[in-house]
Design a protein. Structure first.
Length: 279
């Protein structure tokens, strides 16, 4: 394995590509609402996303029935004692920054509220176990979009928030949900062997494939309508989301990609909002 490929491999195992994708998502919504977000807020978001994803992978790796099937869970099981303190350190640093930073004062109340909701909700899902595991993908997609849009939304008074924000937030949620459902579809056999729950406890694989297709097509259809009726300012945002959703569908139906390639490429597509830095 070449050095670059090896770096990218561990970058993906550590969910650092997801972290960058979340930062790109915050840029997307800050550009959409035309607000300036302090750099520290991006750093805080990155730590929060990494902590949530890594915590989830660590708990899954620990609860696996035997040696986990996926490389990601094997990695988190092997380095459990190193990664868990790192997660707690990130949470502690993030809390300190949120409380002491003047730049982040506008995020204090909404950040605490959202953080509390995430902890209670995800904790409830873990306690409830497999019978509600079908909510995992929906919950994760919703929390992801709430997280990346929180700072841009909180930067404005509620009355000043562009109403189109909610439409784009919903389509972003569809994109995140399509991504998570695709990964659940691809990991179905491994998750079953490891005893992990997913939406597949409720829907058979054939039905899930149809849902993924439907959600992708609905999202793209909504973006086409938005491109027709909204001012040109929003066209770049529509194109970015359209490319993300379209690329997911292409990867999903591709027969020349293994599931690890699909995972890496689909998660990398969420970096597309960084092109807004060029405008």
């Amino acid at each position: 394995m070449g050095i670059i490929r090896k770096i990218l491999h561990y970058f993906n195992l550590l969910s650092l590509d997801v972290v960058l994708g979340a930062m790109a998502g915050m840029l997307f919504f800050s550009d959409l609402l035309d607000v300036d977000i302090p750099s520290l807020a991006y750093f805080l978001l990155g730590m929060a996303v990494w902590s949530i994803y890594t915590w989830d992978h660590l708990m899954d790796a620990r609860s696996a029935l035997d040696m986990p099937q996926s490389l990601r869970h094997q990695f988190h099981q092997k380095y459990f004692r190193f990664l868990l303190p790192l997660v707690f350190s990130c949470i502690l640093i993030g809390c300190v920054l949120l409380f002491i930073s003047v730049e982040l004062k506008f995020l204090l109340t909404p950040g605490i509220v959202l953080g509390a909701v995430i902890v209670v909700w995800m904790g409830s899902l873990k306690i409830a176990g497999a019978k509600v595991s079908w909510l995992k993908e929906i919950s994760t997609a919703l929390i992801y979009v709430l997280g990346i849009s929180l700072a841009p939304f909180a930067r404005l008074d509620f009355d000043l928030v562009d109403q189109n924000f909610y439409i784009f937030a919903f389509i972003y949620f569809l994109a995140a949900l399509v991504n998570l459902l695709m990964l659940s579809y691809l990991d179905a056999e491994e998750d079953q062997k490891d005893g992990f729950g997913s939406v597949l406890v409720l829907i058979p694989k054939a039905g899930l494939k149809n849902i993924i297709t439907l959600l992708g097509v609905v999202g793209i259809g909504m973006l086409v309508i938005l491109a027709i009726f909204l001012p040109s300012f929003y066209h770049v945002h529509s194109v970015i989301l359209g490319l993300i959703l379209g690329y997911h569908l292409i990867l999903f139906f591709s027969k020349n990609q293994d599931k690890d390639q699909v995972r890496r490429k689909s998660e990398a597509s969420f970096l597309l909002p960084f092109v807004l830095l060029l405008f």
